[in-house]
Write a protein that binds this ligand. Structure first.
Ligand code: BES
Ligand code: ZN
Length: 851
């Protein structure tokens, strides 16, 4: 539905709903084009309420409405209805008709491959029936489903089931956004789990017939998550049954509906032949994430959508703790920081910058961002670092005890920490209200055995944060002696002032600092590492994150010099790298990360930060040159690393095996630059798993020598949609910069390019946008092609369109020619009549209309 005048919603306007909802009963008569939904809702007026009564409802055909059994004629608008109601408890009943078969937006009740499913977060329930669709209205739901499908599911526990009907009851009060319904011809992969207190829980993973062989890993991940949440947070599951359903058409990764999680099939289905190691790791994390929401999100939910980070930041933090425990903590931290810098720092630097808790929005779907999620998780990590692990546990226990069954705010969350620790968190709260990435500079001083570190913090004023104040920044620091021995082990330095010093006394020798260990705060540390200092930390740091960071900063400084003044790859970086790679005491996956270079968009960010205009072609060339320099310098060790990290055992997606494969495959990449393609071709021929097969194919395509393998791959996998998504994406990702847009365009003509499926659309256009010189081509071809397709997608799926618009957020960084092309593409999209509210908001913010 299009709104003529999009309205801005403000946190400061929050008002509670005027009624409690005692109980909700829903009856669905499923029909593809005319599903009937009957609702029966018991409202109890609150004494302080003003008597007005508004229910959200969009794109609904109202059939009938009654209050206490008597027909009423509510006043209808595009957003919902209002009605005269009694000032005493009353029962609202309504019947509406909806059209799931034509719901291409994939929000509300829709159909995917003949199956019915729902997506209600954030505001999709209002497309199912009239209701107070806001997270602070929590109630107990009973759901009857009538339909001919073998599987009929909803939230909670099953009550009855017969031919053509089922009834479900969820005893836990919940907001409407956690409602879910699924109906279809599905098969279950069943299992069970017994909780710590002895409750036996039935578990099912429901999939389309044919996908049964891709369920085992997801189910194991679910059981591991359930056990972990009991062990680490003391949280047990609270229903008799937990169902997960895999859906092919889904805007997001997955959704935590109470007792009935719905997953994008790409986020849950996996087998060794069809999924890569990275896919397995992501699936494990998403299953954990959605499961963990059962407590952080469902039992305790958000008062309003401004508090989104209350559930998302905390749950991302919890899933990252889980992954660290299941796999390598150092590797997980490094990957998270790469991701944070690549997505969140870019967001903070551009027109979409906003605080972790925004104070206004037009379309809430546009605020499921890296800032709310990833910076939101970093904020929790900092809180834990500041108060310590024990106090963190006590505070979180208090949170569950005090707020179970409630819809809460960030203030409630911080208060449990204040009460549990006696600490004042007023200044810490700035992390939730100030947008932007703080920048730190560091100065050292050495005076007769006393070593002093002085830090200065700066935050650039921005639209949402015009007058930034100093934040509390936990800087974990250690000191090393020149021998490499640790002089002072990890300490948390609490930086609270704009400039502040920390002294260490009684040192025999001047130490070398290692600061921001483990990336203890989401900040940019400026100009602190000289090349000598970085080389020393690369060789000696006892903190695995900072050791990696030292290598990365050497590589980055070197690349920036190469881009700016054509200097050569630096021998000292390359030889430091060689030493680390040869160190067999280090985990192979950690060594593989050491080989990685900063992403091209990170280099563009760094150049822009320093006041330069990034040239995507020069960045690309520098990275190519550096890759060749690595390959040349490491030519003796690479064949050894490749051989000794081959996995002989049967494939398993665990940390050990996937780490070995990642080092062998990183070696294969570099070897292909200097030593031919035989290894890659052999690996493609003999691979018995997708990680090996896809890497080999990538290497061949990148060398522009993989046409026959590409065809063989297509023939082998043409009936597997998840593998075909990889086939589509890979060709764009590995195309030479000048051919990226043409490759993407050609793929849109492929018979299997179903652009209405978000996964397939993202496979091609997500890949286009991620190709730095390809998307930011000086010709404007990348911007234009994406704009064409976003214009086409918007009318059928505003949410996915709007999310993809974010790739334009960096447009002002580039030269005037590229800016003109980007601007024209943004203008062209914004000129479309009837553009959705979601997409309009994103494009206007990106174009800078509000500045
Ligand atoms: N609650 C979200 C799903 C969601 C997002 C619903 C946006 C409606 C709008 C879910 O818990 C989630 O965060 N999913 C992530 C994956 C997760 C591992 C970060 C996703 O879908 O990408
Ligand atoms: Zn989530």
């Amino acid at each position: 539905m299009r709104d003529a005048a999009p309205k801005t919603i403000y946190l400061s306007d929050y008002k509670p709903f005027g009624y409690d909802v005692d109980a909700v009963e829903l009856t669905f008569d499923l029909q593809p084009n005319a599903t009937r939904v009957k609702s029966r809702v018991a409202f109890v007026p609150k004494p302080e309420a003003d008597g007005s009564f508004f229910l959200h409802g969009e794109q609904l055909k109202l059939i009938s409405a009654q209050i206490d059994g008597r027909p009423v004629s509510p006043e209808l608008s595009e957003q919902g209805l209002s009605c005269q109601v009694p000032q005493t408890p009353f029962v609202w009943e309504a019947e509406v008709e909806i059209d799931p078969a034509h719901n291409t937006a994939l929000e509300g009740l829709y159909m995917s491959n003949g199956m019915y499913c729902t997506q209600c977060e954030a505001e999709g329930f209002r497309k199912i029936t009239y209701y107070p669709d806001r997270p602070d209205v929590m109630s107990v739901f009973t759901v009857h489903i009538n339909g001919p499908h073998p599987v009929l599911l909803s939230n909670g526990n099953p009550v009855t089931r017969g031919d053509g009907f089922a009834e479900w009851h969820d005893p836990w009060p919940k907001p409407a956004y956690l409602f879910a319904l699924v109906a279809g011809d599905l098969v279950a992969h069943p299992d069970d789990f017994t909780t710590k207190s002895g409750r036996k829980v039935d578990l099912n993973l429901y999939v389309r017939p044919g996908d049964e062989g891709k369920c085992a890993f997801g189910m194991q991940a679910l059981k591991a998550s359930m056990a972990w949440d009991e062990e680490e947070y003391g949280r047990e599951y609270d229903l008799d049954i937990f169902n997960i359903v895999a859906v092919d058409d889904f805007n997001m990764g997955a959704m935590e509906n109470k007792g009935l999680n719905v997953f994008n099939s790409s986020a849950v289905l996996a087998s060794p032949e069809t999924a890569t190691d990275m896919n397995f790791e992501r699936i494990e994390a998403i299953i954990a994430h959605e499961y963990f929401h059962n407590w952080t999100g469902n039992r305790i939910t958000c008062r309003d959508w401004f508090q989104l980070c209350l559930k998302e930041g905390l749950t991302v933090y919890r899933d990252s703790q889980f992954t660290s425990d299941m796999r390598s903590a150092a590797v997980k931290r490094i990957r998270d920081v790469i991701d944070l810098r690549g997505r969140q720092f870019a967001e903070d630097q551009g027109p979409l910058a906003h605080p972790v808790r925004p104070e206004s929005f037009q379309e809430i779907n546009n605020f499921y961002t890296a800032t709310v999620y990833e910076k939101g998780a970093e904020v929790i990590g900092m809180l834990r670092r500041l108060v310590g692990a024990d106090a963190y546990s006590k505070a979180v226990d208090l949170y569950f005890e005090r707020h179970d069954g409630q819809a809460c705010t960030i203030e409630d969350w911080l208060k449990v920490f204040e009460d549990a620790t006696g600490r004042n968190l007023d200044q810490f709260k700035l992390w939730y209200s100030q947008a932007g990435t703080p920048r730190l500079t560091m100065k050292e001083a050495w005076d007769k055995g006393t070593y002093t570190l002085q830090f200065t913090q700066k935050l650039k004023p921005s639209e949402t944060t015009p007058d930034p104040q100093p934040q509390v920044i936990p800087i974990v620091a250690g000191l090393l002696f020149p021998s490499g021995k640790e002089a002072v082990s990890d300490q948390v330095l609490e930086l609270t002032e704009a400039t502040q010093s920390f002294s260490f006394e009684g040192l025999k020798e001047r130490p070398i600092p290692s600061v921001l260990r483990g990336f203890s705060a989401p900040v940019v540390l400026e100009n602190t590492l000289t090349p000598e200092h970085a080389a020393f930390l690369l060789a000696h740091d006892t903190d695995p994150f900072n050791r990696w960071e030292a290598g990365r900063s050497l590589a980055k400084a070197n690349l920036l010099n190469m881009i700016r003044n054509g200097s050569e790859p630096d021998e000292s970086y390359l030889s430091g790298l060689g030493t680390v790679l040869a160190d067999r005491s280090l985990d192979p996956s950690y060594r593989a990360l050491m080989l990685g270079l900063p992403s091209q968009s990170d280099l563009a960010t760094a150049l822009f930060d320093a006041g330069d205009v990034p040239d995507p072609d020069a960045i690309w060339t520098a990275c190519e040159t550096m890759g060749h320099a690595q390959a040349g310098h490491l030519k003796d060790i690479l064949p050894i690393l490749f051989e000794e990290n081959q996995v002989a055992e049967a494939y398993a997606p665990n940390a050990d095996q996937s780490g070995r494969r990642s080092l062998a495959n990183a070696s294969l990449w570099l070897l292909s630059l200097t030593d031919g393609l035989d290894r890659a071709r052999a690996q493609f021929e003999t691979a018995d798993n997708m990680t090996q097969q896809l890497t080999a194919l990538s290497v061949l395509l990148r060398a522009q020598d993989g046409a026959s393998e590409l065809r063989a791959f297509e023939t082998q996998w043409s009936s597997d949609r998840l593998v075909m998504d990889k086939w589509f994406a890979l060709q764009v990702v590995q195309a030479p910069p000048a051919e990226v847009s043409a490759t993407a365009l050609a793929l849109t003509a492929h018979a299997d390019f179903n652009w209405k499926n978000p996964n397939r659309f993202r496979a091609v256009f997500g890949a286009l946008a991620s190709h730095h010189p390809g998307f930011h081509s000086a010709s404007g071809a990348g911007y234009n092609l994406l704009a064409d397709w976003l214009i086409k997608l918007d009318p059928i799926n505003p949410q996915t369109t709007a999310r993809m618009c974010a790739v334009f957020q960096t447009w002002r960084r580039y030269d005037t020619g590229r800016q003109a092309h980007a601007r024209a593409a943004l203008d062209r999209m914004l000129a479309v009549s009837d553009l959705s509210r979601d997409t309009t908001e994103m494009l206007e913010r990106i174009r800078g209309d509000s500045i």
